[in-house]
Design a protein around this ligand. Structure first.
Ligand code: TMP
Length: 253
């Protein structure tokens, strides 16, 4: 295969220049990190599962008219996406208390929130992605008021969609994080869901048992992460038939 130009390497993914202008190849690594990469491990098969799951969620969102950067999956570890400028915010939607919200406000994990709560964090690893308000976002020009209206509406639509498909397979969507990209089209720009939607970026609990089926399994040492993600993929019907292939990281470049 021809050597491709690497554009960016993050903690869980690598971005390569795509085959056509305006496209990017997104490669899913097996690396798992938590607490701003203080905890790190390579977990065989995680990248494959996140690639398949993110494809499933992004395809569904595109189908119901929530625009995403996703074009198509290329292979077990890569997908073709539209190139976009990432807004430097992590947009978090919470339906039940957990994680940093529980810690910050002293609310027991698992308590249903009176309504979905949307939070914004400034994407900067060196600062630990701090929570920011819309005042900060406006004052520092990270997004306009129109962008923020669009982002809120996108985030709530993703929440309804994801809550519904998870409920159908006996999983509670506790919370999730999305990233938003800007795509320029002449004088116009539009916002799309970018990055990934996967058990790395959601909290997913079994409805009956509250068993965790997301990255908290790794963050909190609760067992085998690949088993948890494979459980989600199996319930959603996206688990590949040839599962042993999962375990072998493919060679790239
Ligand atoms: P938090 O409770 O730790 O703030 O996490 C809220 C949601 O955001 C949870 O579903 C996990 C996800 N998340 C990420 O995707 N990336 C991150 O770096 C962090 C801290 C959380």
């Amino acid at each position: 295969m021809a050597r491709r130009k690497k554009i960016y390497e993050g903690k869980a993914k690598i971005l390569y220049e795509g085959p056509e202008p305006g496209t990017i190849v997104q490669y899913f690594k097996d690396d798992a990190t938590a607490f701003n990469a203080e905890k790190m491990e390579v977990i065989d098969g995680k990248g494959v599962l996140n690639n398949l799951l993110s494809e499933y969620f992004m395809n569904g969102l595109n189908t119901i008219g929530v625009p995403t950067h996703f074009i198509r999956r290329l292979n077990m570890r890569e997908q073709l996406v539209k190139s976009c400028e990432i807004i430097p915010l992590e947009v978090i939607v919470r339906n039940y208390a957990a994680g940093s919200l529980s810690k910050r406000l002293g609310i027991e994990e698992g308590q249903q929130l009176p309504r979905p709560i949307v939070e914004y964090c400034y994407k900067d690893d060196s600062l630990g992605d701090p929570l920011v308000s819309e005042e900060h976002i406006a004052a520092f020009g990270w997004a306009s008021q129109q962008d923020m209206d669009d982002i809120l509406s996108l985030a709530l639509r993703v929440n309804d969609f994801m809550s519904g498909i998870m409920l159908a397979v006996g999983i509670r969507l506790v919370d999730f994080k999305i990233e938003i990209g800007r795509i320029f089209d002449g004088d116009f720009q539009r916002l799309v869901i970018a990055d990934e939607i996967s058990p790395d970026s959601c909290r997913l609990w079994d409805i009956e048992t509250n068993r965790k089926l997301d990255k908290d399994v790794f963050r909190r040492d609760l067992g085998n992460l690949t088993d948890a993600y494979a459980e989600v993929a199996t319930r959603l019907g996206v688990m590949p038939k040839n599962s042993p292939q999962l375990i072998k990281p493919t060679l790239i470049n």
